[in-house]
Design a protein around this ligand. Structure first.
Ligand code: BEZ
Length: 324
């Protein structure tokens, strides 16, 4: 059994067609068939049922496809990491979630370029979850996100907790009230915008009660803003879900509801939106830095120094951490 045979099998199983798999791999159809036959002979197992169109996998083939696909992805990741280790790219590819771009990211990059004038940086807008795969494939060298990820390959550093503020339309009765409590906001339409939800393990659960007082299974609250309210036992009156932060703030500006955003968003659409602090100190959004565990781009320590420099210049509280 060799990698060529395995990749031929995966292409056939992915596309369920010898001709499509041949076009995808750049091999001829006879070569592809031969590789699959050799694999089946080596294993002593039929993996593909050739008599159906589109092609079917046998039961054993479906099992093998499921397991071997994961192993091939790991082989590709290790290969790419090894190549990067032996010849690190001169460019530092940074992935980020949009909310950090409104905050300190531009200032941090400017500081990095000032301290390392030879550095070349690319920036990629990419969700927290997608950052995990992008780190593995080498599309990015570092990711900034707002969610903790328990992924074996990934090293995660908590940079700081940023406080949430409430965004209200300028005409809202609470638009000029500072230090608001979540309970006082519960009567509004809350606009939800997070694409990434919390892992079930950290979610608050709510028990649904019915008019007949029957017990029904409790439901996990994984939406980040609802989770914040649920921690105080509050369920907002009604919600609207939109695709991203910009749309959420657009709806607030149009008077359609309120939302909570990290404090660094406070400068967006200030003609129509009033941002007010919350009374709760622990209603915060963390900012995490993610890299691979086994390969840290040589410029990342400089980037971390730039981040801490900006925090100190702005008097931001943070806990300094080192890479493993
Ligand atoms: C921050 O706001 O703390 C931050 C933003 C982008 C990258 C790193 C940190």
């Amino acid at each position: 059994m060799d990698l060529k045979q395995l990749r031929a099998f995966i292409a056939i199983a992915d596309l369920r067609s010898f001709s499509a798999a041949a076009a995808h791999t750049g091999l001829s159809q006879p070569s592809l068939s031969r590789l699959l036959k050799q694999l089946e002979t080596d294993m002593g197992v039929d993996l593909v049922d050739r008599y159906h169109r589109p092609l079917h996998l046998t039961e054993a083939g479906a099992f093998f496809y499921d397991k071997i696909g994961t192993i091939l992805t790991e082989i590709d990741t290790v290969t790419s990491m090894t190549q990067r280790l032996s010849a690190p790219s001169a460019v530092l590819n940074i992935g980020f979630v949009p909310s950090v771009l409104y905050g300190l990211l531009p200032e941090i990059i400017a500081r990095l370029k000032q301290s390392s004038p030879d550095i070349e940086v690319t920036l990629k807008d990419i969700s927290s979850y997608q950052q995990m795969d992008a780190l593995k494939s080498g599309d990015i060298d570092i990711g900034f996100g707002r969610f903790a990820h328990q992924v074996p390959w990934i090293q995660q550093i908590l940079l700081r907790h940023e406080r949430y503020v409430v965004a209200l339309p300028k005409a809202h009765p609470l638009a000029n009230t500072n230090n608001q409590r979540l309970i006082d906001l519960a009567n509004n339409r809350l606009i939800l915008y997070h694409q990434t939800h919390l892992p079930i393990s950290t979610a608050v659960t709510k028990s649904k009660s019915t008019s007949t007082k029957q017990t029904v299974p409790s439901e996990s609250i994984t939406e980040p803003l609802l989770h914040l309210f649920a921690q105080y036992g509050i369920s907002p009156f009604t919600t609207t879900t939109v695709s991203d932060l910009q749309v959420a703030l657009g709806l607030v500006a149009a008077g359609e509801g309120i939302t909570l955003v990290p404090a660094s968003l406070k400068t967006v659409r200030t003609e129509q939106i009033s941002y007010q602090n919350l009374a709760h100190e622990n209603v915060t959004s963390p900012i995490y830095l993610h890299t691979l565990k086994d390969f840290v781009h040589p410029k990342i320590p400089d980037l971390l120094t730039a981040i801490y420099h900006v925090y100190e210049r702005r008097g931001i509280t943070y806990r300094q951490q080192k890479f493993m």
